[in-house]
Ligand binder design. Structure first.
Ligand SMILES: Cc1cc2nc3c(=O)[nH]c(=O)nc-3n(C[C@H](O)[C@H](O)[C@H](O)COP(=O)(O)OP(=O)(O)OC[C@H]3O[C@@H](n4cnc5c(N)ncnc54)[C@H](O)[C@@H]3O)c2cc1C
Ligand code: SF4
Length: 331
């Protein structure tokens, strides 16, 4: 049985208190929301914080507001609360669907949107217990020096695998980050760096407080996930697509690929193919071909990486086809 290492636990009741504890404890401290990513990682000694700062008692992080300007989802709102929220299901069905694709109902009751957005990157050589990793002399991401996926690589290629991220980016989501210096808001897309170890652009003293999704305003969006098991599995290819149509033609499009890199990948050439055209079979086919270009999966998740690249075309076509009805499915 894998056991948690010893750590000190704090349960602050406000953002200010959480930040004060973090500032005092420094880089040896980690925030925890639902713990469905952090605690398994701690059991495998992939992450070894000496101090854990629980966020579940911070009321401000547990609020979900659906207002005139869109959704404001507190970072510690459980995934199940989002997928079951009436306004989310009605106005953002693609997002509700993506969240339903995350793991299992008990894990969605514990896991939060903030934790999903900040999920650690994944790799077959890393997501193993301590003894397994020790037997291969570890790897660059933790305790070792080499990358077993690409030994000549100077950086880790572990994969961004969070289900909510591609569709949230496609929907134009932004995130609020709070530190002792105040709050800043950035596009969700800017939160990620294409580096399996330093995969976030946040500073260590920053707390993610809110995920903000603009109101649909004519955009429709869909999500497609490739995985081995239907019951639950991380994505090994994910597609978030959103289009804005005016007069029967695509005015703007966003296509975001997940699980093919250490950061979400924007398929900009595929987006450009769609603009100014009806969302018909010809446009979808061309966009799907173009989307496979920037899809460069590595051999570090389930399934062959060549097949996953090939499947990018099919999954992008499927995501766009879902939006191709008279009004498309809503976001
Ligand atoms: C069996 C299993 C299956 C899974 N399947 C999937 C899946 O199919 N798809 C998927 O996307 N995920 C999956 N997950 C991963 C995980 O359950 C989800 O990603 C979940 O949303 C993580 O949320 P959490 O609140 O539990 O995160 P936590 O474990 O609490 O936190 C995750 C990371 O974010 C940091 N953090 C959390 N909140 C904040 C904050 N507000 N500010 C700053 N840092 C913060 C933590 O320090 C930690 O590094 C699975 C996990 C398990 C165990
Ligand atoms: S991509 Fe390489 S360095 Fe990164 S976790 Fe996998 S084996 Fe380790």
């Amino acid at each position: 049985m894998m056991r948690l290492p010893k750590f000190r636990y704090f349960a602050p009741r406000s953002v200010k208190e959480a930040l004060r504890i973090k500032a005092g404890e420094g880089s040896g401290a980690a925030f925890v929301a639902g713990g469905t990513d952090l605690y398994p990682n701690m059991k495998r000694r992939q992450q070894t914080p000496k101090v854990v700062i629980g966020l579940s008692r911070v009321a401000a992080l547990g609020r979900l507001r659906a207002g005139e300007s869109g959704l404001a989802i507190g970072a510690a709102v459980p995934l199940s609360a989002i997928e079951q929220h009436r306004r989310v299901r009605r106005a953002y069905p693609g997002l509700a669907h993506a969240i339903r694709e995350i793991s299992t109902p008990p894990l969605r009751n514990m896991g939060t949107l903030g934790g999903n957005v900040l999920l650690d990157t994944r790799c077959n050589y890393y997501d193993q217990n301590y003894e397994w990793r020790q037997a291969i002399d570890f790897c660059m991401k933790k305790d070792g020096t080499i990358c077993w996926v690409a030994p000549a690589s100077s950086k880790c290629l572990a994969v961004q695998s969070a289900d909510s991220v591609p569709i949230l980016i496609a929907l134009g989501a932004r995130v609020a980050l709070v530190s002792p210096e105040g709050e800043r808001e950035i596009a969700l897309e800017e939160l990620y760096r294409n580096d399996g170890i330093h995969y976030l652009t946040t500073r260590p003293d920053e707390l993610l407080t809110e995920i903000r999704v603009p109101k649909p305003d004519g955009w429709t969006a869909s999500y497609k996930k490739l995985r081995r098991r239907g019951a639950f599995d991380f994505p090994v290819l994910a597609v978030g697509a959103a289009v804005l149509r005016e007069g029967g033609r695509v005015a703007e499009a966003r296509i975001v690929l997940g699980a093919v890199s250490s950061a979400p990948v924007r398929a900009s050439a595929a987006e450009a193919v769609l603009v100014g055209r009806p969302l018909d079979a010809a446009a979808i086919g061309e966009a799907a071909e173009a989307a496979a270009g920037p899809s460069r999966p590595m051999d570090n998740t389930d399934f062959s990486f060549l097949w996953r690249k090939e499947m990018t075309k099919k999954w992008v076509a499927a995501a766009l086809s879902e939006l191709s009805g008279p009004s498309g499915s809503a976001p």
